[in-house]
Design a protein around this ligand. Structure first.
Ligand code: SF4
Length: 428
């Protein structure tokens, strides 16, 4: 029977939200489905590229990688994207991470890959009780799963996983986003995937490893983060998962937190409104007076902390309010005191780039119409040979900008002297 891969309200990717805020699902269900965004579509395309390269590497030992697809057009949700250097490098990092792990554990990829359907065939290799067959590690790519023993609606698709029967299960998740670095440690989405990947063999593993590959977000541990846990930990999570899924249907409790960032219900969420009201100490029935909010230097230490603790929430709420007003006006509605206007003049662009290039070349010559620029150290490194050493010799890595972070952040605290060394302090 084919595995249901349709959208689930209690799916893995939104687990952090509904786990912490069980009432969010009911609120979201009252809203129309939000339109696809180019940001999400770009992530889908990057995932499709990863899958394509990994399958070809694993099944056919392809000698090419994602670099050879640079410039090709890929489509998702009616958005088109050209594969860029950045996207190709991200896909290569993901694929190479898996291939290197497979090599390390002597997983014979070609013989062991499972691409579609459920795990049944793959499990035949693992008859741990009778050991009728010599079993070996294998890889699953884009494997859909259902968690029937957790909930009929619990399902998902793993980006990839490697099985070493009786030993370890490695679960991979590729993230193309760059705004929010994702931690592997106790990551609920990954634990959910691990349950799906393990099937009924969860307790037969000795360890379970969760691997996040997020090439575009800065993180002190680099773009590949790993966390190793035990089947017992995952099993405890599984029991709790069933309870939390149930709560999304029985509780209307809403709870604000960092998980609100990607929640579509912010505009209609009572918890967010209460929180924003509390923080701003302003009654939105009345126009906010210019002096209703204290200037930052007059805040008490506690007020400063409370505002920082809730800064994401407030910023996201304001952003949603602006988007809502824009869409309302765009659809012909009214917002007292507001209207839509054209923004500043857009930059001119060539109507037909090929035609313009040939005409300009005739008129001014090739040298005048094109500019060349030095490639980045990372691009030069790819030239191979001595490129790495030469780049090492002539490149520097400037210090990153200082950013404000919670003290639970894994990055090292910078001292005040460091502050003086930076012209720009990014509070984002
Ligand atoms: S905005 Fe936050 S508190 Fe409100 S429903 Fe969404 S996740 Fe829950």
């Amino acid at each position: 029977m084919p595995v249901d891969t349709g959208h689930s309200q209690v799916g893995a990717s939104t687990c952090e939200r509904w786990w912490n805020c069980p009432g969010s699902n009911a609120l979201i269900a009252t809203l129309p489905t939000p339109p696809a965004t180019s940001y999400a579509a770009e992530g889908t395309v990057a995932h499709a590229l990863c899958e394509h390269v990994l399958k070809n590497k694993v099944c056919f030992c392809a000698q090419w990688d994602a670099t050879s697809m640079i410039g090709e057009v890929m489509e998702a949700d009616d958005f088109e994207f050209k594969v860029t250097d950045e996207m190709a490098n991200a896909a290569n990092l993901y694929v190479n991470t898996i291939l290197e792990d497979a090599k390390r554990i002597e997983c014979n990829l070609r013989k062991s890959v499972q691409l579609e359907g459920n795990n049944k065939e793959a499990w035949k290799h693992w008859d741990k009780d009778t050991q009728e067959k010599i079993y070996q590690p294998w890889v699953n790519i884009e494997q859909p799963f259902t968690l029937d023993d957790v909930d009929p609606e619990a399902r998902g698709t793993n980006d990839a996983s490697i099985f070493v029967p009786g030993e370890t299960l490695i679960v991979y998740d590729f993230k193309y986003g760059k705004g929010v670095p994702v931690e592997a440690i106790e990551n609920k989405q990954m634990l959910y995937y691990a349950i799906g990947a393990a099937g009924d063999k969860l307790m037969n593993f000795k360890s379970i490893e969760l691997v996040i590959v997020q090439p575009r977000a800065e993180h002190p541990q680099g773009p590949v983060r790993r966390w190793i846990t035990t089947p017992q930990y995952v099993n405890t999570f599984k029991q709790e998962l069933a309870r939390r899924i149930k709560a999304t249907r029985t509780s209307d409790k809403t709870e604000t937190g960092k998980w609100c960032r990607f929640c579509n219900a912010k505009m209609i969420c009572p918890a967010t409104r209460t929180k924003v009201n509390e923080i701003a100490k302003a009654d939105f029935q009345e126009p906010v007076k210019a002096n209703a909010l204290k200037s930052p230097d007059r805040l008490t230490p506690l007020e400063l902390k409370v505002l920082l603790d809730n800064a994401d929430l407030i910023e996201n709420y304001i952003k949603e309010v602006r988007e809502y007003a824009f869409n309302l006006l765009d659809r012909g509605g009214t917002v007292e005191g507001y209207k839509l206007v054209k923004g500043g003049k857009a930059h001119r662009k060539w109507e037909n780039e090929d035609l313009a290039a040939s005409m300009l070349e005739l008129e001014f010559g090739e040298d005048e119409i094109y500019k060349t620029s030095l490639k980045s150290p990372a691009q030069i490194e790819k030239l191979g040979g001595s490129a790495k050493e030469v780049v090492e010799l002539y490149s520097i890595r400037p210090d990153s900008k200082l950013v404000l972070a919670r003290d639970t952040d894994v990055r090292e605290r910078q001292n005040q002297k460091a502050l003086a060394d930076f012209d720009d302090i990014d509070l984002g």
